[in-house]
Structure formats: structure tokens, C-alpha cells
Design a protein around this ligand. Structure first.
Ligand SMILES: *Cc1c(COP(=O)(O)O)cnc(C)c1O
Length: 329
């Protein structure tokens, strides 16, 4: 492994997860697909209330919240937001209050992440026909007016600060790969609010990882996603100082698998989910990793990713949402 140049001075971090997350070889699936050897970085196993990629981002964001003396977190997301559930869990673990603003109106049944939000003690607000941002702003002001010290966590925790979690994760993964004496040609990650990919791309630049990092877009056209990844990576680099800011970023995205749109489960996601579950006993989620892995399987079928390559798939979590998608699956 190439030694990491940086970061000599990471901002403060509060520990919320268990690391390193496991690295796993999907031997049976690799054989069945007759394609590349596929490995998985199990960031669905970060350990915070069923885990996921938001845990690593929150470690940096919430260190800032604590330093500012906040006593209540406010964030937003979709009705089955993994980010909101992990934020609610982090708030509980740190002894903070938590309010989450979810898109639309309450469903008939509280399933999946929504049940977990409530079990974890979060106050759930429904945006209805209003924007989540407007409602979140209102919640923040009401908390302030009642003497609390709220801290707003942006969508998906995808800020420069949050992305540092994946700069650290990249170093962690490269150390594991070095131990396994394994060179990875392509890393694949589902990309939406883009902080995860931004952190990986910056981490790669700082450690001279020579392979590709391919972001499979979950909901945005390719140019828009690539811009967001770049913007957040540059923001993260600035936090690490001038040496990091000069790092050469290589941003690659694929937006061929948007299907019916965000959280609309189609044949691609269903097939990937069932194939991985029934070949490896590994659960993907219907919104993010199902789509990203479905895209990976298609790229293998098309021989865009060939048999001689080695692939690392970042499992970013989300299986806690499965029960809310019973009818789609
Ligand atoms: C949020 C999320 C993603 C996308 O990560 P971003 O940093 O928002 O791009 C991928 N997978 C799961 C399970 C998520 O919850």
C-alpha cells in the first residue's frame, strides 16, 4: 500500500461506530456472474442502530455540534431516510435531543426506519406539501425560542466536514487491502447526496490509490452529481489544509440506472437484492445499494468491467428500510 500523505491534522471526531468494518470476498457470487472477483466493504456494519454510511460522516459533524454546545439535532430526509435514523441514534448515544423532518405525509403504517426513528426517541415532523427545508428552519427557530441549542445537520450529512469520514474510510480500506495483498481496480459506490463519494475520491487522491472510483447515481443526472461530488471534495480538502486542496480529484459517475426515480424499486433493484441475498446471505437495501449493485451487475454483464478485474463494492447500509418496501419487493 502507498503510505498516506495526509491528513496530519483532521478536525475533531466523536466515535460513533465500530472500526474497521469488515472486508468480505463474495466468492460464490463472483463465480456465478462469471465476471470479476467482487469484494465488499461492509459499512452497513458500522454498528450504530443497524449501521450505514451516515455514521462516519456524523462523527465529524457532531464533534462540531458538541464543540458549539448544542443540545438538539435537527435534520431531514425521505420517509425511509437512513440518514435520519442514524442521526436519531447518534443523538441518543450522545444524550442530545433530535428532530427529523420527513418528506410528505405520514404513511398508514410505521415501518422500517420510521419505526426506528421513533424508538430512538426522535421527534418526527412531516413536511406535507411544504419543503423539508422550510419546515426544518421552523423547527430550529421553535427550539431556539424555547431555550434549546439546536444544530442543523444538512441532507445526508454531505458537507465537506461529513465527507472527511470517507477520507478516513478510504485509508481504512486500503490498509485492509494491503493486509490481504489485494489490488482493487474499481471501487463502486451508490451516490446521492454525494458526501460518501466525495470523501472516497479525496481519500484516493491523498493516498495515491491508482484504481477507479465509480459512483452509481441514485437520483441525479451525471453532470449534476459529478459537480456535487467535486464541490464537496474541494470543501473537505480545504479543511485539511493547502496540501490536500492541491490534490488531483478524479470524479467518475454513471447515471444509467435511475429507473423510475428516487426510491422507486424496479426489476434492476429487485434482481440485485435477491441475487446477492440468495447467493451470499447478504442483504442490500431497495433504494441505494440495490440500485448500485444492480448497476454493477449490468456493467459486468456488458463486460465494461471485465473478468480479470477486482471490484470493491462499498455497502453503505439501508437494509433497515426493507420492511417498508414489502410490496415493491
Ligand atoms: C445515504 C445513503 C447512500 C448515499 O450516500 P451519499 O453520501 O448521500 O451519496 C448510499 N447508501 C445508503 C444506504 C444511504 O443511506
Amino acid at each position: 500500500m502507498t503510505d498516506s500523505v495526509l491528513p496530519p491534522r483532521l478536525p475533531a471526531r466523536v466515535r460513533l461506530g465500530q472500526y474497521p468494518t469488515p472486508l468480505q470476498h463474495l466468492a460464490r457470487l463472483s463465480k456465478q456472474l462469471q465476471g470479476p472477483q467482487i469484494y465488499v466493504k461492509r459499512d452497513d456494519q458500522t454498528g450504530l442502530a443497524s449501521g450505514g454510511n451516515k455514521t462516519r460522516k456524523l462523527e465529524f459533524i457532531l464533534a462540531e455540534a458538541l464543540a458549539q454546545g448544542c443540545d438538539h439535532l435537527v435534520t431531514l430526509g425521505g420517509p425511509q431516510s437512513n440518514h435520519c435514523r442514524q442521526t436519531a441514534a447518534a443523538a441518543a448515544a450522545l444524550g442530545l435531543g433530535c428532530s427529523v423532518v420527513l418528506r410528505g405525509d405520514p404513511p398508514r403504517q410505521r415501518l422500517g426506519n420510521l419505526l426506528l426513528d421513533e424508538l430512538l426517541g426522535a421527534h418526527v415532523h412531516w413536511a406535507g406539501s411544504r419543503t423539508r427545508d422550510a419546515v426544518a428552519e421552523e423547527v430550529v427557530e421553535l427550539l431556539r425560542a424555547s431555550g434549546r441549542r439546536p444544530y442543523f445537520v444538512p441532507l445526508g450529512g454531505s458537507t465537506g466536514l461529513g465527507a472527511l469520514g470517507y477520507v478516513v474510510a478510504m485509508r481504512e480500506a486500503l490498509a485492509q487491502l494491503a493486509e490481504w495483498r489485494l489490488d482493487i481496480d474499481v471501487m463502486v459506490v451508490g451516490s446521492s447526496s454525494a458526501g460518501t463519494q466525495a470523501g472516497l475520491v479525496l481519500g484516493a487522491a491523498l493516498t495515491a490509490y491508482p484504481g477507479k472510483i465509480l459512483g452509481i447515481s441514485i437520483d441525479a443526472p451525471a453532470p449534476e452529481l459529478a459537480n456535487t461530488v467535486t464541490r464537496i471534495a474541494l470543501e473537505a480538502a480545504r479543511l485539511l489544509g493547502p496540501e490536500a486542496a492541491a490534490a488531483l480529484l478524479r470524479v467518475q459517475v454513471n447515471a444509467d440506472y435511475l429507473g423510475g426515480g428516487y426510491a422507486v424499486v424496479g426489476a434492476l433493484e429487485r434482481d440485485a437484492l435477491r441475487t446477492v441475498a440468495q447467493t451470499e446471505g447478504l442483504l442490500l437495501d431497495p433504494v441505494y445499494t440495490g440500485r448500485a449493485f444492480g448497476g454493477l451487475m449490468d456493467l459486468i454483464r456488458q463486460r465494461v468491467i471485465g473478468k480479470g478485474q477486482r471490484v470493491l463494492f462499498w455497502h453503505t447500509g439501508g437494509a433497515a428500510a426493507l420492511s417498508a418496501f414489502t410490496e415493491d419487493l
